[in-house]
Structures are given as C-alpha cells and as structure tokens.
Write a protein that binds this ligand. Structure first.
Ligand code: DQA
Length: 141
C-alpha cells in the first residue's frame, strides 16, 4: 500500500507560520507522526512551492494506491492542479489543516475539490491521518 502525501505552497513553513491557525508542528513532525501511526503504509512525502513541480508529483502519484494533497493557497485558483488530478483513478483526498470555511470568504472555494474523492478541513494535522484511514478503508486493507 503506497500513498503519496503532497503538500503545496507555503506548507514547508508550518511550525512558525500563523501557529494560532496551523499549530506549532512542522511538516516534518506531521509526516513522521503519520508514518509512525501507519507503519505498514509506504508513504511518499513531497512538498514544493512550485506549481509545475506539483503537477508532476500529482501525475507521478498515478502509480500509488492513494493520494493525499494539501494544495495550500493553490486550492483556490490553480486550475492546472484540478486538471492534473482529474484523470487519476485512485482515491484522492484534499486536506486542509484549518477550517477554510470559517476563515476569509476566498478560502471557501476550492477549484481542486471537484477532481478529488473526499475533502478534510479543520482537523489540524489529524486530517492527514483521517485521509489515510479513508484510503485504507477504500482499498479494503
Ligand atoms: C490550507 C488552507 C489554505 O487556504 C491556505 O492557503 C494554506 C493552508 C490549510 O491547510 O488549512 O496554505 O490549505
């Protein structure tokens, strides 16, 4: 069971970026917590601030059993990410650490959501765990 966990723009700054919203865990803390919670899963963790590179990561995830994606601010306007996600025939989960629906108006709309299987928002770092549990359940493991 291989799951790609892709984090987009500005998520490499977790830990110091708006801790009152995103918490104090770094992305490294979150990914190592996820790996230890699901020791049988082979995770492929990636982070980039470059949209084109993320499109490549999304395409490469076609060979995984599932995809977890936090697109950061790309969520709200990156149609290229939507188009890269659309053809993937694996469970795809969009994760947001914060509750985007309880924040600024522009964060309430995702151009990515129509191309994914499920969306998690507002669960903090646990959202990645919930997304993993969903993919495992879908795969019947
Ligand atoms: C985010 C929410 C986005 O609106 C924001 O631009 C981020 C992080 C989240 O995880 O809550 O960078 O995706």
């Amino acid at each position: 069971m291989k799951i790609a966990v892709l984090n987009g723009v500005n998520l490499g700054a977790l830990g110091t970026r708006r801790p009152e919203i995103y918490g104090t865990l770094t992305l490294g803390d979150i990914t190592s917590g996820l790996a230890s919670a699901f020791p049988t899963v082979e995770f492929d963790f990636r982070q980039t601030d470059h949209e084109g590179e993320m499109v490549g990561f999304v395409r490469a995830a076609a060979s995984s059993d599932g995809l977890i994606l936090n697109p950061g601010a790309w969520t709200h306007y990156a149609y290229a990410l939507h188009d890269a996600l659309e053809p993937l025939e694996i469970p795809k989960v969009e994760v947001h650490i914060s509750n985007v629906h309880a924040r600024e108006e522009w964060r309430r709309h995702s151009v990515v959501s129509p191309a994914v299987s499920a969306v998690v928002a507002g669960m903090g770092p646990y959202g990645y765990h919930a997304a993993t549990g969903y993919i495992l359940a879908r795969e019947g493991t």
